[in-house]
Ligand binder design. Structure first.
Ligand code: ATP
Length: 901
């Protein structure tokens, strides 16, 4: 039987035991069968999707655009002048444009939603008395959830056990200060922020640990009830799109001024008829507006984000895509990001010896040797206590599956279990003989872990392992084969230096006796009087692909800075192997603390390796780099990394080992924790930005060329060489076929060889403005030239116009090849045949153009006429000529470096 649950129950007013009784559960958790049964009854623990705008309103919103208003006004004017076909075609085009926009936006949003889903939340629960990790969606009321620092609370919980649990409830209360939780019931009427015994869904655990009973899931949670939050609609908006919208408004203004100017000129000076002049003004408005541009931008961004997800980078905030291309510095962690995070103990240093350990990875295969001579088991018994502490002061678990050894938990700790197994210790026997009663978990801040144990005789011990600097500072003695002696710090320093210079990660191991009745462990217990047993040296080889990626960053003008908690000599050695820092001196966290902001700014411009740094240092480093004008990407995984991640231009959280808190603070999540994926994302960001610019320089000249043709015709008092509906036709067919194919354009080969983009530079660089103006001129001349040529041979207006339209389209077809590369030559096999979408789009367009020219219905609608092969030859020649002229322009620009792309 499932419990009856009243959503109004004041869970915070009841004791944990009452809550358990009501929800028919206990401290060991539900059974799996019961949980499945409840899941059927209560439904999955997920919020109803945010109330989306209805399809209709999304469709109507497509018309809410300054450019479309101008078009609609043009359609009305054409109607008033009895040009009903024009009205119908303009309206039709506006409609088609809206439809395309609607469909593409829908697709883009779907793609982005799918990507968001990839970041789904997991929860640690007790089921059948076992700790298991499940998807947060499978949680049901009555489940027992275990929380730890860094987690996002997956459902509303009544806490019943806590250890220094602090929760940040900004998502719910707006209060960003973390709240210390308790387990005692509070009065029924207190507000959410004061219900200290509750942890609410979507809030973040920033410190400590805790356990709670799920009291509400999905929409029944407090966050689910705040309807305003759910109505928040994610829109696709980035600085670039905003810039484009502003540009669109300016353009509309300009178009209106131009149209009115031409109208007045024609009426006052030319001998045009009023109706004809109005239609010319409509034509200009229609021509100068790049109708397809906004939709194509959106689809380029969405496709790009999808592509990034395929390469292990999940974008959480869309503007990051653009910022990525401008990144000048990447600050990265070392362990796991630059290195493989596959740790193996290679050396054990005791007060008497230096023991080498053989074997690689987590398989407990290997032995011990001293100066090349293998050691027998009885020859290292003096070191067994050190191995035992490494094994017991440890939260990781080693697993074997078909001779494949893997670890669950921290790899550094996994390496210590393997070491103990190599020495012949039996983990379950050791854990039974010396059960642990309390622990201080490892944190990057204090860099050690301590556990409290008692043997069956009642003797207590505090086991400690951590960064040697921290451990040595609290040791007064060292243990050697003949007993305990005062600590010989200089001996240990020398040994550490030698091992760290090999790139080994160091961990010191120490012990202290505890009182028989001591059952808890606090920081006060780990301040003095420890005895050092030894230091282990662990290797963690660099990732091959990271070496390559660091190299790539260098050529792309991006500096890579390594910020690690590791020993200074280790960091320097690993930096050398990776190509970071060129062997220059690394800076330690302590040295950073002594610098003021100005000194730090100076230091960050020359130093690339920072060691023994903690998360606060990361924040200072980001600020200093930004003050120097850098655009900074910063990686992080822990709760304390969140401020630095938030502050960085691109916060990059680790998908595997990263906490939810770090992910929430980041713009991007790397699913494989690999540095190379950051470089790929930067490359992808540059590609997307390039493609957006390619689309702009591709689409704009069409509008410019058409408007130019009309303006010249009016100024010269000649028949309009192209009618408004024909203009719309050209704009539409080239936008939906040709320019869309640029969204699929691959990165240019030199994309990671050029410096990062200046983020303050406008999207339309001088080069782009030049190119747009130049091409507009070429298209205008071609269109008008071929029109006049045909006219001189006595062709009808319809025939002349059809030739002019086909010339424009042919010019666009060839110009598309030019635009595949901004300045690199396109006259190559790869340039002409490299993008299948381009070829497909062109084939489609050729068929459409033939219909436009020869189909009677099209002829009637668009005022076209059949043209002969000689005309096609001219049109074709114009296209090829245009292509060659642009290639020549590219050559001259790159040769004489007259413009920056
Ligand atoms: P990065 O910041 O690049 O990931 P890191 O992982 O080496 O570097 P931390 O995890 O902060 O940085 O570790 C710093 C030091 O703390 C290590 O060099 C090691 O001496 C010690 N240490 C690491 N893990 C543990 C652990 N589980 N228990 C005790 N000490 C540890």
């Amino acid at each position: 039987m499932t419990p009856q649950r009243n959503s109004e129950t004041a869970w915070h007013h009841r004791t944990a035991d009452e809550v358990m009784a009501i929800l028919q559960t206990n401290r060991h958790g539900l059974t799996q069968t019961e949980a499945e049964q409840r899941l059927k009854q209560y439904g999955p623990n997920r919020l109803k999707p945010s109330r989306k705008r209805s399809a209709w309103s999304r469709f109507l919103l497509q018309f809410h655009n300054a450019l479309i208003y101008v078009l609609l006004a043009s359609a009305m004017i054409a109607g008033l002048l009895d040009h009903w076909v024009d009205t119908a075609v303009i309206a039709g085009v506006v409609l088609i444009n809206a439809l395309i926009g609607f469909i593409q936006e829908g697709k883009a949003e779907k793609a982005l939603n799918a990507i968001r889903q990839m970041l789904s939340l997991d929860a640690m629960v007790l089921r059948d008395s076992k700790r298991i990790q499940i998807h947060a969606e499978e949680l049901v009321p009555g489940d027992i959830v275990l929380l730890q620092s860094g987690d996002k609370v997956p459902a509303d919980l009544r806490l019943f056990s806590i250890k220094n649990l602090r929760v940040e409830e900004a998502a719910l209360t707006g209060e960003s200060e973390a709240i210390e939780k308790t387990t005692e019931a509070v009065p029924a009427q207190v507000t959410i922020g004061d219900r200290l015994c509750m942890a609410y869904s979507s809030t973040l655990v920033v410190y400590g640990q805790g356990a709670g009973i799920v009291v509400a899931t999905g929409d029944q949670t407090e966050i689910g009830r705040i309807s305003t939050l759910l109505e928040h609609v994610d829109t696709i908006e980035t600085p670039l799109l905003r810039q484009l919208a502003i540009f669109g408004r300016w353009l509309s203004g300009l178009v209106i001024v131009l149209a009115i100017g031409m109208l007045s000129y024609g009426l006052i000076l030319g001998d045009y008829h009023l109706g004809e002049m109005f239609m010319a003004a409509v034509g200009i408005a229609v021509a100068a507006i790049p109708e397809g541009l906004p939709a194509i931008m959106t689809i380029t961004l969405a496709l790009g984000v999808q592509m990034m997800a395929n390469r292990h980078a999940i974008i959480r905030r869309l503007p990051a895509v653009e910022t990525l291309g401008a990144v000048t510095v990447i600050c990265t962690d070392k362990t796991g990001t630059l290195t493989r995070n596959e740790m193996t103990v290679q050396r054990v240093i005791t007060a008497d010896h230096q023991i080498e350990v053989s074997g690689i990875g987590y398989a407990p295969v290997g032995g011990f040797s001293m100066q090349g001579t293998e050691l027998l088991k009885n020859e290292f018994t003096g070191t067994l206590e050190l191995f035992r502490i490494g094994l017991l002061c440890n939260d990781a678990q080693l697993r074997e599956h078909e001779s494949n050894w893997t670890i669950e938990g921290d790899p550094t700790e996994g390496a210590l279990i393997t070491l103990a197994l190599k020495a012949g210790l039996d983990p379950s026997f050791e854990h039974q003989s010396l059960p642990s009663t309390d622990a201080i978990p490892f944190e990057s801040e204090h860099r050690f872990m301590a556990t409290l144990h008692h043997n069956h005789a009642g003797h207590g011990y505090i086991y400690l392992k951590g960064a040697p600097e921290e451990v040595l500072a609290i040791c007064s003695k060292e243990r050697s084969l003949d007993g305990e002696h005062p600590l010989d710090t200089s001996y240990w320093q020398a040994e550490m230096q030698e091992a760290a210079a090999l790139g080994q990660r160091l961990l010191a191991i120490a012990v202290k006796a505890a009182e028989k009745d001591q059952m808890t462990l606090t920081f006060d217990h780990v301040r003095t009087d420890f005895t050092l047993l030894g230091i282990v040296g662990i290797i963690d080889p660099p990732r091959e692909e990271a070496i390559e990626a660091v190299h790539q960053c260098r050529s792309a003008g991006i500096r890579v800075k390594m910020i690690t908690g590791d020993h200074i000599a280790t960091a320097q050695a690993i930096g050398m192997q990776l190509g970071i820092g060129d062997g220059q001196m690394a800076l330690s966290g302590v040295a950073l603390d002594q610098m003021n902001d100005a000194q730090l700014r100076e230091a960050v411009s020359t130093t690339d390796v920072f060691a023994r740094a903690n998360p606060e240092h990361k924040l200072r480093l980001v600020k200093a780099l930004q003050a120097n004008g850098e655009i900074v990407a910063m990686t992080g995984d822990g709760v304390n990394d969140a401020p630095a991640l938030k502050r960085a231009d691109i916060g990059v959280a680790m998908g595997k080992k990263g906490t939810e808190v770090a992910k929430e603070a980041s713009e991007m999540v790397i699913t494989d924790d690999n540095f190379a994926s950051i470089t790929h994302a930067v490359e992808e960001g540059r590609r997307i930005y390039d493609n957006i610019r390619k689309t702009i320089i591709y689409i704009m000249p069409t509008s410019g060329g058409e408007a130019g043709m009309l303006v010249i015709a009016i100024l010269l008092g000649m028949t309009l060489p192209i009618s408004p509906v024909q203009i719309l036709w050209v704009n539409m067919v080239t936008a939906v076929t040709l320019s869309l194919s640029l969204a699929f354009e691959k990165a240019e080969s030199g994309i990671m060889q050029r410096p990062p983009r200046d983020p303050s530079a406008p999207i339309l660089s001088r080069f782009m403005m030049w190119r747009i103006a130049f091409l507009s001129l070429v298209l205008t001349s071609g269109g008008i030239g071929l029109f006049l040529w045909e006219q001189a041979q006595g062709g009808s207006v319809e025939t002349c116009r059809t030739i002019a339209v086909n010339a424009l389209v042919m010019g666009e077809i060839w110009y598309l090849f030019n635009c595949r590369y901004l300045l690199t030559p396109a006259l190559s096999y790869k340039g002409l045949f490299g993008n299948p979408y381009v070829l497909l789009a062109i084939s489609g367009l050729v068929v459409i153009q033939l219909l436009f020219t020869y189909h009677p219905l099209m002829q009637q609608l668009f005022g076209t006429a059949a043209i002969d092969p000689a005309a096609w030859t001219k049109v074709m020649l114009f296209g090829v000529l245009l292509f060659l002229v642009v290639e020549a322009e590219k050559y001259l620009i790159s040769r004489y470096k007259v413009a920056k792309i």
